[in-house]
Design a protein around this ligand. Structure first.
Ligand code: HPA
Length: 281
């Protein structure tokens, strides 16, 4: 057997073992909805009634969160009577994890039967209409990481070789998000998220380039997970919390502290929005 095939088999075996551990911990209950929370957004799920919490470091083969602002635990519980898995904290390419490792939580959710995925992130706003603290529903993305989690042998049991990416962010979920936002009096933008590898942030010339290619927000996460989730045929929706304005004409240093602070401040608003969507899924 080829080494890369062996690596992939090893990966899927690890996902199955992690899923078996989680199933054991939650009494084999199922959840159709998975949520991944971004930097500083771990506490956004205000309406959640947790039934079980599992720290990431107890789940076999699970990567370890190395970034501040990421809680590092899996919560199983209910929001408005709907069962959900919430991954509080994610993994990034810039931490040195490979693309498949970054997607391990998504594959775990796939193995657990999750069919709807909601992803959130902290992002820099490129659109001149945006202000810090605003929320953008992701209508599409641009993967500028130079990586793809599907590189290598394909496991047909998990998804097809060339997954369609023409409508990754589900229009129905987007409509519900817009309705939930309206009901809660939240102004929700729509836009394109550009995913970079980082960890260095963008130069003004790079910000200008990102605007020109049609990006409205920029961040260092999400695109790998969404590609894996598309491969898994999940219905996907995503939200960017605009934590800072990335303006090439008035460049300002963005610090992790400020990003986390803004994200934490606006996290309850995002939580309200997510609750509204979960209710309707
Ligand atoms: N750039 C990249 N990632 C980010 C930013 C940014 O300005 N803000 C929050 N995450």
């Amino acid at each position: 057997m080829q080494a890369h095939q062996q690596n992939k088999d090893f990966y899927w075996q690890q996902v199955r073992e992690a899923a078996a551990y989680v199933k054991d911990g939650i009494g084999a209950a199922k959840a159709g909805i998975g949520i991944i929370t971004g930097t500083g957004l771990s506490e956004s799920m205000v309406d959640m009634e947790p039934a079980a919490q599992i720290p990431y470091d107890r789940i076999p083969h699970f990567p370890a969160s190395t970034v501040r602002g990421h809680a590092g635990r899996l919560i199983f519980g209910q929001i408005h009577g709907r069962r959900v898995f919430v991954m509080q904290g994610r993994f990034h390419l810039y931490e040195g994890y490979s693309a498949p490792r970054v997607c391990f939580p998504v594959r775990l959710m796939q193995a657990l039967g999750v069919e709807n995925l909601i992803v959130t992130n902290a992002a820099g706003g490129l659109c001149t209409d945006f202000s810090a603290g605003d929320i953008m529903a992701i209508s599409d993305h641009i993967n500028l990481t130079g990586e793809n989690p599907l590189v290598g042998p394909n496991n047909e049991d998990w998804g097809i070789r060339f997954p369609d990416m023409s409508a990754v962010y589900d229009a129905g979920l987007m409509d519900r998000a817009m309705q939930a936002a309206q009901k809660s009096g939240i102004h929700l933008h729509k836009g394109v998220y550009a995913g970079l590898k980082g960890p260095s942030l963008e130069t003004p010339a790079e910000l200008r380039f990102l605007r020109q290619i049609g990006a409205d927000a920029v961040g260092l996460s999400t695109v790998m997970e969404v590609i894996a989730a598309a491969h898994a045929r999940m219905r996907i929706c995503g939200f960017s919390m605009i934590t800072n304005i990335a303006d090439p004409d008035h460049p300002e240093p963005a610090t992790l502290e400020a990003i986390i602070q803004t994200a934490q401040k606006s996290a309850p608003v995002l939580g309200e929005l997510l609750s509204g969507i979960v209710k309707e899924v």
